[in-house]
Design a protein around this ligand. Structure first.
Ligand code: ADP
Length: 480
């Protein structure tokens, strides 16, 4: 990009162009105004001169009879009185014909300028214009003033006074030169200062472009400094920083989710490797023996069966988890929660498994949920209580609070340790006491329960005081 095509220079040139046009317009207007003022002032002086001379002339000749005075006024004697060094005087009759003239003594060789007969007649009939501009035979311009000579009220002729415009032109030329030099100086100053001022105003934009480059290159912490003035550029800088913060946040979320995904894959692989290694071990042992007695074979097959069941369960759990965590909405239907949990618990026959189970269900609580999924939540909670609080009481309740429906399980088992409590809903998290594989848990039961409840826009929580049992509550939105 050529340097002068930058916004900074384009703005500078537009500004300078505008300034030049305005200066030119102001100069032209000022020139014509000054010209008019000068012409009118000089014309007024000529009229005053005429009046003074005319009155004096009349006084001097007041003893003469009227006809003689009239003839004298229309003669060269009067025009000579009117003329001076720079003023040429001409007497014209009422029909516009020249009677006599006296050139200015300064320009004695020249004939005074003349207007058209029509203009003289118009001046007699109507009143004369404040001034006229006429060109003499030699081409020089004159400022001309016409005065109607009256005998009483009756016009008897015109006295024309003319002065050359050269002096006025000289003043105007000087004025023009001052205006041109002044304008050029202003433009030069503007040319020097504008790029600095515009550049200063646009500096945040430059910084934004550099920062945008840094963002694009992966440095999401970059921000622009916000100018103190809250103009358009200041607002843009604020918006830019908000955008940068948004991008930063989005990438942070992505990074965290990728991190979680890596952990998940590593944990899942680790969980699957254990039964696979175990099965491979049995196969290896059996393969080395030439003769395998029926008892060993049976025991090995049973162990392999157990590992494969464990693996199948793990894979199913993973599938359930990914299904509900994928964000796909579960297929819901209205469920009477008391009836639904009753039936689910009946199917689990907890009493047969040694639990002291009790139920306290508020009737008529309806939610909209996927029955299979909700049953899985109940099952996971019940099985955990069977595993971690064997033989203890299991108090199940269904109720509403704060406009939500709740399924609660309180057990009277050993409870959950303070270290475990914040983590039990994490994937693959097993409590201290549950790390022993014989318990059979893979640490996914509560994670699945949570993903199902959250897919139904609900929440699940656990509370426990060590030694005093554990309480799990799944909150679900009530059906409208
Ligand atoms: P798993 O049962 O496969 O270990 P879960 O996600 O179901 O995984 O449970 C996570 C952990 O929460 C368990 O390892 C256990 O330590 C703790 N826990 C769950 N339910 C209870 C309970 N009723 N009493 C005590 N501890 C429990």
């Amino acid at each position: 990009m050529s340097r002068f095509r930058s916004l900074r220079w384009r703005l500078t040139f537009v500004y300078l162009g505008l300034l030049a046009v305005l200066l030119l317009a102001a100069g032209v207007a000022q020139y014509f105004a000054a010209r008019e003022v000068l012409f009118r002032t000089n014309a007024d002086v000529l009229v005053s001169e005429y009046n003074a001379v005319f009155n004096a002339f009349r006084r001097q000749n007041s003893t003469r009879p009227a006809a003689a005075l009239r003839a004298l006024i229309l003669s060269q004697a009067f025009s000579l009185e009117l003329s001076s060094r720079r003023t040429a005087a001409t007497i014209v009759d009422v029909n516009g014909g020249w009677v006599t003239s006296s050139p200015a003594t300064l320009f004695a060789t020249q004939d005074p300028p003349s207007l058209t007969t029509q203009e003289y007649r118009n001046a007699v009939l109507h009143s004369p214009r404040p001034y006229y501009v006429a060109t003499a035979a030699d081409g020089s311009n004159y400022l001309v003033v016409l005065n109607v000579i009256r005998n009483g009220t009756r016009p008897i002729g015109l006295a024309q006074l003319a002065i050359p415009t050269s002096e006025i032109d000289q003043t105007l030329r000087l004025d023009r030169e001052v205006a041109i030099v002044g304008s050029l100086l202003v433009l030069l100053l503007a040319l020097l200062l504008s790029p600095l001022i515009v550049g200063r105003a646009l500096r945040p934009l430059q910084q934004m472009s550099t920062t945008a480059g840094a963002l694009a290159a992966g440095d999401y912490k970059q921000r622009v400094s916000v100018p103190k003035t809250r103009d358009e550029i200041g607002t843009l800088a604020v918006a830019f920083n908000q955008m940068a913060a948004g991008i930063d946040q989005a990438f942070e979320v992505r990074r965290q989710s990728e991190e979680q995904m890596r952990h998940f894959v590593a944990d899942a692989s680790h969980e699957l490797r254990t039964p696979l290694t175990s099965i491979a071990g049995y196969i290896d042992v059996l393969g080395r023996r030439e003769v395998v007695d029926a008892e060993t074979l049976q025991a090995s097959l049973a162990a392999m069966q157990q590992e494969s069941t464990r693996m199948t369960r793990l894979v199913n759990d993973l599938l359930t988890l990914t299904r509900f965590e994928s964000g796909k909405a579960p297929s819901r239907q209205p469920l009477q929660l008391d009836q639904f949990v009753n039936q689910a618990l009946d199917e689990l026959s907890l009493r047969d498994k040694g639990a002291l189970e009790s139920r306290d269900f508020q009737p008529g609580v309806t939610v909209k949920a996927d029955p299979e999924a909700l049953k899985q939540v109940v099952t996971n909670l019940a099985q955990n209580a069977l595993k971690y609080a064997p033989g203890a009481e299991q108090r199940w309740s269904v109720f509403t609070a704060d406009g939500r429906a709740a399924i609660r399980l309180q057990d009277t088992g050993p409870g959950i340790s303070r270290q475990d409590l914040p983590h039990i809903f994490e994937r693959f998290y097993r409590g201290e006491k549950a790390r022993d594989r014989s318990m059979g848990g893979s640490g996914l039961g509560l994670a699945i329960a949570r993903s199902i409840v959250e897919a139904h826009q609900g929440t699940i929580e656990a509370a426990s005081e060590p030694g005093q049992g554990a309480t799990f509550t799944a909150w679900l939105p009530l059906a409208a």
